[in-house]
Design a protein around this ligand. Sequence first.
Ligand code: ADP
Ligand code: ZN
Length: 804
Amino acid sequence: MTAAFGQVALPLPLAQPYTYRIPEAIADRIRPGARVVVPVRQREMVGIVVAEAPPPEGVTARDILSAPDPEPALTSPLLGTAQWMAGYYAAPLGLTLKAMLPAALWGESRVIAVLARGGERATGGLGGEVLDWLMRKGGEGAVPTIARALKRPVWDAVNRLVRVGALTLRVEPAETDRLEAHERVLVLGEPPSLLEREEQFKRAKEQRRLLEAVEELGGRSPLKHLHDQLGFSAAVVKALVARGLATIEEETKLRDPFAGHPGTPPPTDLTPAQRTALAAIEALPPGGASLLFGVTGSGKTLVYLEAIRAAMARGKGAILLVPEISLTPQTVSRVRGAFGDQVAVLHSGLSDAERADAWRAIRSGEKSVAVGARSAIFAPIPDLGVIVIDEEHEASYKNGESPRYHARDVAYVRARLEGARLVLGSATPSPESFGKVGEKLQLIRLPERVGGRPMPKVEVVDLRHAERIREAGAVPWSSALDTAVQSTLDRGEQALLLLNRRGFASFLQCPSCGDVAQCSQCSISLTVHQAPAGLRCHYCNASEPLNRACPKCGHAVQRMRGLGTQQLERWLATRYPKARLARMDLDTTSTRWSHHRILESVGRGDVDILLGTQMIAKGLDFPNVTLVGVIDADTGVYLPDFRSAERTFQLLAQVAGRAGRGPKGGRVIVQTFRPDHHAIRHAAAHDTESFLAEELAMRESPPYPPTVALANILVSGPDETKVGTAAADAADWCRGLVAQHNLPITVLGPVASPLARIKGRWRWHVVLKGPAEEIGRVTRYAATHLARAGEPRIVVDRDPGSML
Ligand code: ADP
Ligand code: ZN
């Protein structure tokens, strides 16, 4: 960069980057994407140069102090991607880069000077003093520490020493997070008998709840989980330990369950269909994008792996995105099996320092395949050949905070800037992607399962008329499902049962006045939980005692309504006493890798029935699973969101796809009160295309994406009246803007959001509908003139994932 000034972004919510002067002596290292040390008020911070800048008017710009890296940290396509995101989602560039770069690499990080070999012979003067100091201190030290010790600014001297090769600079996180390596776990001793319990816990109900909660979790649980998720106080934990019923142990956190595992080697020969699909991907022009639409079990993973292998053979790297690492251990294991140490697995269990290490290994080319969830789209692969997004329809690819990016849309842009190919894979493509086929996306199909295996037969059980097992009580248990489970168990095969609602019962209702127990902070009914028993809010985790009279009318006995996974598990245990059960939902997956452990035991054959929420629907490939049962297909159908049908279809099709993946075949039973609903009908027929055709037609009128683009302006705050007024003002502002510029945009609202209150904050929104380009313009305008961090808070969400 030849300009004398540069704009530097910092991980702060600033609308504009700061401008700094570039000193001659370090000018050659300063290019867009480079890390630099800059003064920010009284401190020094590490920022990223984002552009040249004209000289600032009126003020004198401060100097950039140093540039630690010989090569820019961000490649030019990555920086370009960041700039696109900042514009498209109307987010400050600093915050956008914050989503891209590990925290440990910039911001508050410290710059360490490291003595190079032979460097000690260099010079006299201040440089000599710096070198002397470093030699005395074992060869390295933080630059601010050196300055303090020598009582002078040292950056000029340090830069000169770097230039002559006497020093190198390293950026290190301000705080090392070694503490995170261990966690405190509560471990139960010999369990007291039921009778002892009655005695011991007569006046200590909380302690009994705690004991039973930990029993439920297999006898041990991290304290953090007991506190954060289940709401037990430290005092209750202490009391249980004092009674000698439990101990607290330090446990090394299981950091990376993938490290050390060789992975599963993939099949070696492609089927003809896979070969055709791979050839179509290879034939894409650089920067070209495709939708790999393959039924469940069609062997999409092997196509991904081969596309990655082809890119690597050309000397390029690859990114594979999965919805969530902990839920897709099999996919990760296959990538590891194919590419071994070349793979960097970016999962949420990494500490800041480990994340920074992985980032460096990728940036330097030491690892050329990055696998991870949403944010792995920013992996700094220096020369990117292919981006694969598995299960491209998944909601988790949309980020919930600023920048509110969708990884799929970021991937399009990055692939274009990199000249990389993009592969979006799914058995149930999103209407957005399917709508782009022929335009931005080339369609590639895998219409059949590997080995000619049939799709499992799906039987729909109409719960309005079906014969039911009486003893099941609140559990809708049809004879058809009962017989199917029984015979699966008799044959020694495995069953998967989906119920997308955790807890014991959906809500507690007064049989006398009809009042339903609600969270005091959120506009949502409280869910009934057993073990630990209580009413719990699934939004804010607040809990209330279960045994209480109706607060409205005083009626003593309350009735539980609706069904959750805990109750289903209890029913299964009585109905099939010999079956080995495992439950997988948010309440049983307390530690980060508990999913992993549960799935491993299913894979080993230690579990006969796996029941769970949507967690069990994704990507599992167990050949001995021959039955999939959906207990209540209607749980998500009535959500007041334009994606409720899409989500229902995807969930049913995905979970159905877990059956019959081995030679024994399989079947699916779907229980529903709405057999005529298009999501349920088409999922039962494995007919994704008819579903998409019907859904796309429905989204034309009233229009919803992809027919139109949306922006959601969400106003929230603790004061209901102020939120309502601010929302009305926001709607007026939008209408004024639309009228003034004669924009083809419809403004809807303000209305209270379907979830009108969460964690004590009232929520109203204004929805804008219109062509993408105009929605983009209004989003940017609203982000500067309307959005605000103070109360009530106003955020602008372009392409919202849900309207709840
Ligand atoms: P999808 O992701 O499309 O649901 P998978 O990639 O999980 O499907 O493949 C389904 C099953 O078929 C897996 O068990 C996989 O190992 C197997 N498979 C895939 N391709 C081949 C092949 N070419 N030869 C033999 N088995 C294969
Ligand atoms: Zn709540």
